[in-house]
Design a protein around this ligand. Structure first.
Ligand SMILES: NC(=O)c1ccc[n+]([C@@H]2O[C@H](COP(=O)([O-])OP(=O)(O)OC[C@H]3O[C@@H](n4cnc5c(N)ncnc54)[C@H](OP(=O)(O)O)[C@@H]3O)[C@@H](O)[C@H]2O)c1
Length: 380
């Protein structure tokens, strides 16, 4: 979010503008949501990384639930201030937690340890907070799994370790999956019985600057002949940032400890169900051209990056989008409708500056899509 947008949110038109900017969610009818009901018991909640993409949704929901919220970040990422939220600063890159000293919270949510330094950041944060918080909720990732060949997959699938991470050597920066797996271990060691590990798949919805899901609503809303990957049956599991954020707060309210996936919906969906579901909330005339994975590979169209969300099954990865969510749903994970996510994502996208709208960070450009479609027609 730009500073301009922050200023804009502060004006008299705040509510309507914020909806347009995706800072508030909209339901499938485009109306602002009803505020969440208050929680039975007020928590003091510390959020490491309370700005950025998922942090603000946690902050807003926690405030609606009646909790007392403190955010901790460097103060670099622009954001709209939320009334009643205490903002403290510190830089995890230099182990600077001085602003948290002498304070206590019921729970901490750690969003911001995400790069190669994640294990060190969690170790240091845990050392600073060990006797100051009752629960440590760490936002990990689905990328921690070394082998998810089991279908359905569960959180018990084996994780990357230094010994099993192919191509990585001691002294090199940790790759993302290994870094997060090691960071989970740090949280669990420092908070035995009091750590909550949440492993999201692709986080989607309004506010996502990676555009990985956004590509699809935007592309589908443009209409015309749409290149779609595979035969439509490949599975996808994603998580709306708002569902993830709200569930994290509820996991703290319930003192729910242990490991959880954060993907959905309950029974997953196929790629076809996803794109047809998105099309249901757009109105441009369109047609679908499903192009097999092998042809896309031959034409160097990369799954996930250029055909976002889509990951065709590969050996060892068959459970990637087939997680059994029994444990998660029992612990209160809920799912917005695809229509809600698609509409809110489009509304957010359309609020962005024209040059940003014109340049998505994932997916195929119109020219490249036309080129691949032409090659497919020529081959057929
Ligand atoms: N996006 C996905 O699809 C996906 C999937 C699975 C898991 N995840 C995980 O989700 C988590 C949250 O992602 P996000 O997209 O919300 O992150 P984000 O938008 O990049 O926000 C990062 C937050 O961390 C703060 N921060 C960054 N560097 C810091 C530092 N040195 N010291 C203190 N605070 C710092 C930032 O504020 P300041 O800049 O002001 O410091 C900001 O509040 C990450 O752990 C990521 O690994 C993401």
């Amino acid at each position: 979010m730009t500073t301009d947008r922050r200023t804009f949110i502060g004006t008299a038109a705040a509510a309507a503008s914020a909806v347009a900017l995706g800072m508030l969610d909209v339901n499938a009818q485009g109306a602002p949501p009803t505020p969440a009901a208050p929680a039975p018991r007020q928590l003091r909640l510390l959020i490491l990384g309370g700005t950025g993409f998922i942090g603000p949704y946690q902050v807003r929901y926690a405030v609606e639930r009646g909790h007392q919220v403190t955010t901790f970040n460097r103060g670099r990422t622009a954001h709209a201030a939320v009334e009643g939220v205490e903002e403290v600063t510190g830089d995890r890159a230099v182990n600077d937690y001085a602003s948290l000293k002498g304070r206590t919270w019921d729970a901490v949510i750690d969003n911001s340890a995400s790069s190669a330094t994640a294990p060190q950041w969690v170790r240091e944060a845990a050392a600073a907070l060990k006797d100051a918080v009752g629960q440590y909720l760490f936002i990990s990732t689905r990328s921690v799994y070394r082998d998810i060949s089991m279908v359905p997959a569960t959180v018990d699938a084996p994780l990357y370790t230094p010994e099993t991470t192919e191509g990585w050597k001691e002294g090199q920066p940790y790759p993302y999956g290994l870094a997060k797996a090691l960071a989970e271990g740090e949280a669990q060691r420092a908070f035995p019985e009091r750590a909550t590990i949440v492993r999201p798949g692709l986080i989607i919805g309004p506010g996502d600057e990676t555009d990985r899901f956004t590509y699809w609503p935007v592309r589908i809303a443009r209409g015309g002949e749409i290149l779609v990957p595979g035969d439509g049956s490949d599975r996808v599991q994603v998580i709306d940032a708002r569902d993830l954020a709200e569930w994290c707060v509820r996991l703290c309210e319930q003192h729910a400890f242990g490991r959880f996936m954060a993907v959905g919906p309950k029974n997953g969906r196929s790629m076809a169900e996803m794109v047809y579901g998105i099309a249901a909330v757009t109105d441009a005339p369109l047609s679908w051209t499903w192009v097999p994975a092998e042809f896309l590979a031959q034409h160097r169209v990369r799954p996930y990056a250029e055909m976002p969300v889509w990951q065709p099954p590969t050996p060892g990865n068959e459970g990637f989008a087939r997680f059994d969510l029994t444990r998660e749903i029992a612990a209160g994970l809920t799912f917005r409708t695809l229509a809600d996510t698609a509409q809110a994502t489009l509304a957010y996208h359309r609020s962005r500056p024209p040059e940003r709208q014109a340049r998505l960070r994932a997916g195929l450009t119109a020219a490249r899509e036309a080129e691949v479609l032409a090659a497919w027609r020529a081959a057929g």
